[in-house]
Every structure is written in structure tokens, then in C-alpha cells.
Design a protein around this ligand. Sequence first.
Ligand code: NI
Ligand code: MN
Length: 232
Amino acid sequence: MRIHFHGHACFEIEGEAGRIIIDPFLTGNPSTTAKLEDFTQLNAILVTHGHSDHLGDAIELSKRTGAPIITVFELAAYCRSQGAETHAMHIGGKHLFPFGWVKLTLALHGSGIENPEGGSMIYVGPPCGFLLQIDEKWLYHAGDTGLFGDMELIGLRYPIEVAMLPIGDNFGMGIEEAVHASQLLLPKVVIPMHYNTFPHIAQDVSEFLQLLQRRAPESQGKALKPGETLEV
Ligand code: NI
Ligand code: MN
């Protein structure tokens, strides 16, 4: 399978049985090299939560490609009300799609959409992470989250090939927490994400890679630049 990084928390995963995109923040993303128009064929669009840097172009991509947005029930209802195809799930549940398994995991974060009319945000349920099994391999996209102890349970229950973990701090895990998360999850490979897109989440990724090598040597850090691909 091929894992393409499109900047921030956006990954496109190409397996033997399909192509999916996670958190498709393309329009307005200063760190991506991809454009909405590049995606003409998708089997699913996975969204971890309602913040604009994750929901991104999901609704428009669903309308263009017909691919369903897979996310928590409340955010799925919002997307459906905006004209998208959806497949609602919830935390702890799994479902077998033609491209592979999707399981929703806990994430410690918020999930709201800015109201275009101003005033309070539109709340769209809890945020989530994704455990995926594609081509017999387990992947974990943590979404936006703080460190939580149940990552150990995820690591015990699933042999994770690749974990995509935020390191940007401020809105979620920073470098130290992401290294601790790697110790709990025990993935073969860790791809850092959610850093350097905006000033609040500026990080020196080499610091993360060095600390990971020191404290979690069984996991290999792979920092992908936007547009780069990892084959696993
Ligand atoms: Ni967020
Ligand atoms: Mn975010």
C-alpha cells in the first residue's frame, strides 16, 4: 500500500482494493501541494472531527466523487445535511468496507464547526481517531488528540504497522507526548503530523525523530514532506 502525505493531518492511502483520504484539508492549507481537483476517484473520505483543518474539503470531495464521508454519527449527520454521502459510525465500532476495515477510536479533543452566521459553534459530536486494516496491515491515524492511557490498549490489541501522530503541541500532543504515545502503541513506523502548518504548531521535527530513536527505538520515525509517499 502507498501512503501519501498531503500536509497537516491529510493522508491519502492507496491499497489493493481502493483509495481513501483522511482529513482532506486542501483548500487554504498552506502546507499542501495537492488540490481538490486532483482527487477524481475516491472510495471513502475519513474525517476525524469537525474543525476546519480536518473536515476541510470533505463535503465538496464527496459531492464530486460520490465517496461517502466516514465519521462519527453527529458529524456524519451534519455532512449529510450539506449534501454529502455518509457512513456514520461511532467510537469503538468497526465496519468492513470494500477497501478494508475501519474502526473508530477515542481522541481527546473538541469537535465543532464555526457557524457562518456567527455566534456559537455547531457541535458535531466527539472527535475520533481511526484504526484501519488495509492490505492485511494495521494503520492508526490519531486525529487531533492529547496523550491518553488507552493508547496502550490499542497497542496491545492491534499490531500497528504505521501510526500517524500529531506533534504540533498547543492543540494536542507535542513532541514528548507523541514519543510517549509511540511507547504505548508500539508501531513499526511513526509518521509525525499536525505541525508547522501554522505558527502555533511550529516544531523542529528532527527533535521528535531524535527523541523517538532514544526512547522508543523499536519504532522508526519517518517525517514525510507534503507530497511524499511511504510504501509499506
Ligand atoms: Ni482540531
Ligand atoms: Mn487540527
